[in-house]
Write a protein that binds this ligand. Structure first.
Ligand code: FAD
Ligand code: DLZ
Ligand code: SF4
Length: 507
C-alpha cells in the first residue's frame, strides 16, 4: 500500500494531518504552480517566501529519508495547478491512496474535493478543533470575538488562575492604546539573510514575476521552522514588553513598531499558535512582560485569529459577496505605488511594497479606513490585501478586510465600522506633523482628506447607523451641524471622491 500525500505551500508543519501515519513507500507531493502564484498578483516577496519555505521543508523531509516528489515552477510538464499536479503524480506513481489536509482557502478546498478518491483530513493546526466554532456559534444572534476568545482561554487553560482570568480581567485592550513617545525607538527585529536556496528562488521570482507588486531587495523572512522560532524568541526577548502599550501606535519610518512579525511564518505552518501563547504566558509569569502586553498578544492569536477562521469557515461562500454599504469605487492607483501626498497612506503603502508587511493598525485605520470612507469596491480591496501581504490567505484576510475594515458584512465581524477622521490618526501617530495636508482643517483645498470623507461617510449612511448605539453619536453630531458646514464638508468630499475616480493621482 502506498499513499500520495499532498502538502500545500501553507501547510509546512511536521505534524500536518496529511503526514500522519507516513510509511515507507509513501510519496509526499509539493508543487510550485502558477495558479497559486497568480490568482491575485501576489507581492514578489510573498511568492518568494512561500516557494523558498516549500523548498526548505521538502529538503528537510528528504534528509529524513522521506520520498518527496517536488515539482518546480519551471519543470517541464508542470500543469501549473494543484489538481493537475495531483493527477499527474497519480498517473506516474499509481498510489493506492491520495491524502490531503483541507486547504484554508475555499477556492482550493472546492477544487480538491473534486479530485477522485481523495481523502481530505481536517487541518488540526488551530486552537479551535474542527466543529468547535460552529458549535459555539449555533443559535447565537451575534458572534463576538471576545466571547469566543474567553472560551479558547478556558479550553486551553491559557492565562488563567483556575477558572478566572489572570489579573481578574479578560481583556486589557484599554491599555493597548498609547502613542509612541518621541524618546522611544522600537528595537530592530531580528531578520534572516537568504541562504543559497532562497537566493535562487529570489532570482527566479525577480525574473518571472517582475510585473507583480512590491520589491524583493529587503527580503529576509524566516523560511524554516527553526528560523521562525528564532524570530519569535527575538520578539519575546526584545519587543513583547513594549507590545502592550504601543499595539495601536504608528510612526513614520517605523514599519514594525513592537509587533511580533510572526504572521507570515505562522500562516505557513512553521509555528504552532498554542505554543506561541504558552511561551508568551511564561514570559508574563517570569515577570519579563506586563499583563497588558501578554494578554494583548494572546488575544490576537487565540482570539482574533481563531475567530476570523471560524467566521470564514461558517459563512463562505456567501461572505465573499457581502457589500451592505454598496461600495463600488475602483482602487486608486496609489494603493500600488504609495505615491500620494497623504503621508499616512504613503508610509503604510510604501512599507507594504518594501517589506510585504504593515502592522494591524496601519491595515485597519490607514489603508482600510480610507477604503471604507471612500466607498472603495470590497472585491478590489480584498484582492489588494490578499496580494500585497506575505501573511495573506483568504481565510484570514477576507473577514479582516470585508468585515472588520469595510463593514461589508453588515456587522458580523464587529458591532460598528472602524471609521475615523484625521484626528484619530493624529492622536495615534506622528504622520500628520510632516504631511502636505492640514489635519486640523476639513473643508479647505489643503484639508486632510480623511476629515471630509469621514463626515460624508456618516452622512451617506446616517439612516443605517442612527439605530446603532455605537454610531449614534457621530450621526447626531452630523445632524446637528449647521447646513452651511454640512455643505462645505460634502463639497470637499465630492472633490476628493472625484479625484479618486480619476485614479487618485492628484491626492
Ligand atoms: P502582531 O501584531 O504581533 O500580532 C500577533 C499575531 O496575532 C499575528 O501574527 C497574527 O497571527 C495574529 N493576529 C493579530 N491580529 C489579527 C487579526 N485581526 N486577525 C487574525 N490574526 C490576527 N493577518 C493575517 O495573518 N493575514 C492577513 O491576510 C491579514 N489581513 C488583514 C487585513 C486587514 C484589512 C486587517 C485590518 C488585518 C489583517 N490581518 C491579517 C491581521 C493583522 O493585521 C496581521 O495579522 C498582523 O498585522 C501581522 O503582523 P504581526 O505578526 O506583527 O502581528
Ligand atoms: C500562496 C502560494 C503560492 C504563492 N504558491 C504556491 C504554490 O506554488 N504551491 C502551493 O502548494 N501553494 C502555494 N501557495 C499557497 C496556496 O495558495 C494555499 O495553500 C492555498 O491558498 C490554500 O490555503
Ligand atoms: Fe493622513 Fe490627514 Fe494626517 Fe495627512 S493630515 S497624515 S492625510 S491623517
Amino acid at each position: 500500500m502506498s499513499a500520495l500525500r499532498l502538502v500545500l505551500g501553507d501547510q509546512l508543519s511536521e505534524g500536518l494531518s496529511a503526514l500522519a501515519g507516513l510509511a515507507q513507500g509513501d510519496i509526499v507531493l509539493l508543487a510550485e504552480v502558477m495558479d497559486e502564484c497568480q490568482y491575485v498578483p501576489h507581492h514578489q516577496q510573498k511568492i518568494a517566501l512561500v516557494l523558498a519555505a516549500m523548498r526548505h521543508f521538502a529538503g528537510d523531509l528528504a534528509k529524513r529519508g522521506v520520498h518527496v516528489r517536488y515539482v518546480r515552477l519551471d519543470d517541464p510538464g508542470n500543469t501549473q495547478s494543484i489538481p493537475g499536479e495531483m493527477a499527474r503524480a497519480v498517473a506516474a506513481l499509481k498510489p493506492d491512496r491520495v491524502i490531503a489536509t483541507a486547504p484554508g482557502e475555499y477556492r482550493l478546498a472546492q477544487a480538491l474535493a473534486a479530485v477522485p478518491g481523495i481523502e481530505i483530513r481536517d487541518d488540526e493546526r488551530f486552537a479551535a478543533a474542527p466543529g468547535v466554532f460552529a458549535a459555539w456559534a449555533a443559535g447565537k444572534k451575534t458572534l463576538r470575538m471576545e466571547y469566543f476568545y474567553r472560551e479558547m482561554r478556558k479550553r486551553h487553560d491559557v492565562l488563567m488562575d483556575g477558572d478566572q482570568p489572570v489579573g481578574g480581567q479578560w481583556n486589557y485592550d484599554a491599555q493597548n492604546r498609547n502613542r509612541l513617545p518621541k524618546n522611544i525607538t522600537p528595537p530592530t527585529p531580528r531578520r534572516f539573510a537568504p541562504d543559497a536556496q532562497t537566493v535562487e528562488v529570489l532570482a527566479m521570482v525577480g525574473q518571472r514575476f517582475a510585473h507583480h507588486p512590491g520589491r524583493l531587495g529587503a527580503f529576509d523572512y524566516p523560511v524554516t521552522a527553526a528560523q521562525a522560532e528564532a524570530g519569535f524568541a527575538d520578539f519575546i526577548e526584545n519587543r513583547l514588553a513594549g507590545f502592550g502599550d504601543y499595539q495601536d501606535a504608528m510612526a513614520a519610518g517605523t514599519p514594525f513598531m513592537f509587533h511580533s512579525l510572526i504572521s507570515a511564518p505562522l500562516n505557513l505552518g512553521l509555528l504552532d499558535p498554542l505554543a506561541l501563547c504558552r511561551t508568551a504566558e511564561a514570559a508574563y509569569r517570569a515577570g519579563r512582560a506586563g499583563l497588558n502586553a501578554v494578554e494583548g498578544f494572546i488575544r490576537q492569536i487565540l482570539g482574533w485569529r481563531e475567530f476570523v477562521r471560524g467566521i470564514y469557515g461558517l459563512l463562505m461562500p456567501d461572505y465573499a459577496t457581502g457589500n451592505v454599504l454598496g461600495a463600488s469605487r475602483a482602487l486608486p492607483e496609489f494603493y500600488w505605488t504609495g505615491q500620494t501626498k497623504m503621508r499616512c497612506m504613503a508610509d503604510a503603502i510604501g512599507q507594504t511594497m518594501e517589506y510585504s508587511y504593515a502592522h494591524h493598525i496601519q491595515r485597519l485605520m490607514i489603508t482600510g479606513n480610507f477604503a471604507l470612507l471612500a466607498g472603495l469596491d470590497p472585491d478590489a480591496v480584498d484582492a489588494w490585501y490578499l496580494a500585497v501581504y506575505a501573511d495573506a490567505y483568504e481565510w484570514v484576510e477576507m473577514p479582516n478586510t470585508r468585515g472588520m475594515a469595510l463593514y461589508a458584512d453588515g456587522g458580523v465581524m464587529g458591532s460598528k465600522p472602524y471609521a475615523a477622521s484625521g484626528a484619530y490618526i493624529n492622536r495615534m501617530s506622528d504622520y500628520c506633523g510632516g504631511c502636505a495636508y492640514d489635519v486640523k482643517d476639513a473643508t479647505g483645498a489643503n484639508a486632510c482628506p480623511f476629515n471630509a470623507l469621514y463626515w460624508d461617510f456618516i452622512a451617506r449612511h446616517a439612516e443605517r447607523f442612527a439605530s446603532n448605539p455605537r454610531m449614534a453619536m457621530p450621526v447626531r453630531s452630523w445632524q446637528g451641524m449647521a447646513q452651511a458646514r454640512q455643505m462645505a464638508l460634502r463639497g470637499r468630499a465630492d472633490d476628493i471622491l472625484r479625484m479618486i475616480e480619476q485614479g487618485g493621482n492628484k491626492l
